[in-house]
Ligand binder design. Sequence first.
Ligand SMILES: [Zn+2]
Length: 263
Amino acid sequence: MRSEVASLPGSPERPNEDWVAAVLPASGSGGTLVLLDGVTPPAGDDGCVHTVPWFTARLGGALTELSGSRRDMPLSEILSLAIRRTADAHRHTCDLSHVRTPQATVVLARWDEASVEHLVLSDSALLLESPDGTVRAVLDDRLDRVPAEVLRSLEATDRLRNREGGFFTAAADPEVAARAVTGTTPRAEVRALAALSDGASRWVELFGEGDWTDCFGVLRKEGPVGLLRRVRALEAADARAGGARRWKLHDDATAAYAELPGR
Ligand SMILES: [Zn+2]
């Protein structure tokens, strides 16, 4: 069994707001991948006395613990319970009804001998590779459907944040778990899987260096570190060329890769 994770902050001056864990219990053939991308709050009030890393550490920790201890519970229920647990940790000090209360994208994948379960909420990506090499991307594309000019306006974005017709993130409302993209795949149909925050998936989605299958090939050959180094090199070249394509020079970038043991 091979599993690797890597994460690079977008800027040395700011904390990395991504969060990632790969859990491989020593007993049995199951495991879990968890990847969160904390939503960077714009300057101004978010109703919370904590930081985004504080939030992602609690949410990620709860997701990891519950995925292992509650094998009986579907991933959407695990997300719901993890959001509630995290909200309980600061509802007495913070205004959790604030539209910009700390929030994150979520990728959660869990496997055992029979199946691979997945859950994706907001714009991080999950890739599933079948034994014949076909790669399927599981994406929640609601944010992609929001026009770019809307996303340039904080007020306009806030009107779509965790609202019907807009896009959804894991914030303080456990009900959002029902909005996640979920599914189950027979274990025999998955050879390896990967999770990417949007700072890493820009190798495909922003720079167009290849498709998801090509991206998976980089992950296998060079590992998550190799993919992230390629992204940083593309960003640097793009900046030298005038850099009109991106809106953040570097974003926190995180990738996790796991090959499931043969059966
Ligand atoms: Zn708080």
